[in-house]
Design a protein around this ligand. Sequence first.
Ligand code: F6R
Length: 615
Amino acid sequence: MCGIVGYVGSKNGIEAVFNGLIRLEYRGYDSVGVAFKDKNKIKTVKSHGRIKKNDVVPGMPNLEEKLKEDEKFKFNSNIVIGHTRWATHGAPSEKNAHPHVSMKGNFAIVHNGIIENYLTLKNELINKGYKFESETDSEVLAHLIEYFYENDILSAVKKALTKLEGAYSFLVLSEAEDVIVGAKKGSPLCLGLGEKEFIISSDESPFIDRTKKVIYINDGELILIEKNKYNIINFEGLNVEREIEEVPYDLEAITKGGYDHFMLKEIHEQPTTIKNAFISRIDHLDTMLRDNFPKLPRNINRVIYLACGTSLCAGKVGMYITEKYAKIPSRAEYASEFIYRDPVIFEKDICIALSQSGETADTKEALKIVKEKNAYIAGLVNVVGSQIARIAGKGMYLHAGPEIGVASTKAFTSQVVAINMFNMLLIDDIKYREKLIDELKKLPDLAEQIIRGTEPKIKVIAPEISKFSDFLYLGRDINYPVALEGALKMKEIAYLHAEGYSSGEMKHGPIALIDKNLLTVCILTGEKEIYKKTLNNLLEIKARSGRVFVLTDDVQAIKDHLSDEDYIIEVPKTLPQLSPIINVIPLQLLAYYTAKHLKREIDKPRNLAKSVTVE
Ligand code: F6R
């Protein structure tokens, strides 16, 4: 989720924007840049990587050093725009980083959102002789404004707006005028009114330490910011009077987006993060194969997923997908076990490391081992430039944005999307791809639907759920890793004993545990045969007076078997290989609201660390 920030005032705007960008880091980004006026020329400094030097990984590209190359902050510009980019159209790279500059260099823009008709606009501009430097949708904006410009930046922006479809907020810097113009439709934008300065940004975090006075720009509005004044105009050209408000919360509350915990915010981000894991890739599967998985061997021997914790649960989903649909032998391994048993690895084995942080020591070591054994390695990693990403050297970033809550949520769903994308490359069946892509496109809406539909219900039952002392999570086939992940969430944040089990194994031992203090959480979705078999396991529990919480995509088939004491949550149908993405969401919410009722420290559970960098 990109962040934008702009400065007009009498102080050092580059420093203000630089610090503002650091505050926007929590939104997630893979590249960063600023544009400012230097001796009446627009100058841009951009970097793939981080904002600050030595941030996360020493030696990574970063904006700070790039600015230093130009003798840091020497420019002391009073009109500056900046951007943290989170790739949607075009890979994370310096070329695709914002600000984008118009062909003659007269305008620079930063943009948050998606310009849906950018390809049409791009072709029209190319026909008019415009040359494009990046693969982004945003660059059309810079050229379009230049095309319409006739000595008045505001009119040029207004004309450009009539051409745009999509959701956006953007800022424009003009070489000829000492102003910033901003516009908003769909993506957030607000203006901080400081002491002889204005800071305009995606949220209040870039200016909260300088001023609490804020004006929220509404959809369909433009703002013209000059040195000592600003003017808000709607898209029809009429002036708008807007009250100045006081920022009502502190920095932490802003970065939590109004949610009580980062974990809840991250659960709610999933419709977007799921989309971001595939949206810029599905139309370019062949390029993805070449760019993300270069020289992927033919006649693959095995696909081995290596990971820990939640990432391993995603890896286990991968194992089911690879065997069932790509018909390639596959396994998912605890990285911590793998590294100590001198594993037998063949050259035609493909080893995929899965990691949110990209810093997990066991996964990193496992990857090093398979690299030494000359297997083909790749990473599915969230944190850009992290160690695992660098050791792997190829694979896919999840683009889920920073995951701050210690319990992993959105990384899991993005990993399962990425695993599906990767497996599509192994499956040479156009019909399979088409069907999967169709269903992938529906997922963000389904995720939204499941959050909206189940959250109120789970909130209400959480106090009852928190009275159970033990939980048995059951699932079969691809739902077995979902059961493992659901149980892991309950353990981690509610500190309640929860075990994930394959439902068929239940009668080989755990059935002895069934009593009134144990709740069985059963994931009952998918193919008929699997549904039927898992239902039988559930009935075995009911026959012993066990209480159940059922997640199902076929309420009719189960309803008559349940009593008023049981819980039932309906989930929408999707393809089995995508179902873990949907099924895990109610389980995340179940753990969250149970932990909340028990007043646990949800974002930082006891004894746990976000990045486990020791073996
Ligand atoms: C579970 C959790 C951990 C991590 C595990 C691996 O909620 O957060 O189990 O999944 O430590 O971490 P990454 O994915 O960063 O390698």
